[in-house]
Design a protein around this ligand. Structure first.
Ligand code: NAD
Length: 280
């Protein structure tokens, strides 16, 4: 369900009733010592959602930047993620405590299992820990990342608790239509990582043509494509001008012709990141 909380800042309502900003800032590969200033710049540009992870080793900078912005904690949606080596019930609880400490907060808005790591086969116990953290109010919402249909079916079947979000690789070259259809049937919000194909799609001629037609940049055209489809999207940049540019996507629309041209770019082999079956 799409809500327009403010004209320039749409949000998506999760199945647990929480509201999540539709466009957030990703900070994977943002150096730890630059993260606070990057996050502060993003919040000043209008962002209210930051996506980090224990594995990014910059949670402290996220907390510091959020505090330095002067915007109230409850107005900023902070996501962090559980590393695969911390799967298991007790290990997940301990890892969560450490994330909170590094962030300098007493709750996160969204806590995700970063990868299913099926070879370890401990993601069910990790999920039970997340359920407890949500009951305690320390993770307001809980979800997963990089889960495929088989992993989602298992956690739902074994615990009865449906994740509110699955954060997955999703960009014009890898559109994940089957997984998204499964999400829709379960009320799971799809959150797109590497939305710009890690920058590789910005020079694609179809994207460049669509961007030029609208007098926009390729990054804005791609992020708008995500927004049109009611996805949550978390482009990454450490450059304040690009950070601002990537958020200026709420005052134009792509038309049917643009959407069909981008739909045609989908490629089953278009994955750029790791395959969740074998990773972790
Ligand atoms: P992305 O698709 O957001 O691309 C980022 C790159 O695009 C930047 O490094 C920059 O080079 C370029 N870029 C960004 N804005 C630009 C602009 N306006 N003009 C020109 N170039 C621009 O890639 P990403 O970092 O892989 O993904 C975004 C976020 O998704 C990450 O930071 C992270 O938070 C999340 N993520 C999650 C997972 C996961 O396993 N859950 C995996 C990868 C990424």
């Amino acid at each position: 369900m799409l809500q327009t909380a403010a004209v320039s800042r749409p949000a998506i309502t999760l199945s647990d009733g929480q509201s999540m900003p539709q466009v957030g800032l990703g900070v994977w590969q943002t150096p730890a010592d630059a993260t606070a200033s990057v996050v502060k710049a993003a919040i000043e540009a209008g962002y209210r959602s930051i996506d980090t992870a224990a594995a990014y080793e910059n949670e402290a900078g996220v907390g510091e930047g959020a505090r330095a912005s002067g915007v109230a904690r409850e107005e900023i949606f902070i996501t962090t993620k559980l590393r695969s080596r911390d799967h298991g019930y007790d290990a997940a609880l301990r890892a969560f405590d450490k994330s909170l400490k590094r962030l300098g907060v007493d709750y996160v808005d969204l806590f995700l299992i970063h990868w299913p790591a099926p070879r370890q086969d401990r993601y069910i116990d990790a999920w039970r820990a997340l359920v407890r953290l949500q009951e305690e109010g320390r993770a307001r919402s809980i979800g997963v990342s990089n889960f495929m249909v088989e992993h989602l079916r298992r956690i739902i079947g074994e615990t009865g608790v449906i994740p509110v979000v699955n954060q997955i690789e999703l960009h014009p070259k890898f559109q994940q239509t089957d997984l998204r259809a499964f999400h829709a049937g379960q009320g799971i919000v799809t959150e797109a990582w590497s939305p710009l194909g890690q920058g590789a799609l910005l020079k694609h001629p179809v994207i460049a043509r669509i961007a030029a037609r609208h007098g926009r940049t390729p990054a804005q055209a791609i992020i708008r494509w995500h927004v049109e489809q009611r996805l949550v999207v978390i482009p990454k940049s450490a450059n304040p001008e690009r950070i601002a540019e990537n958020f200026e996507v709420f005052d134009f629309r792509l038309d049917d012709e643009d959407m069909s041209a981008i739909a045609a770019l989908d490629d089953p082999m278009g994955r750029m990141g790791p395959d969740p079956i074998s990773f972790g």
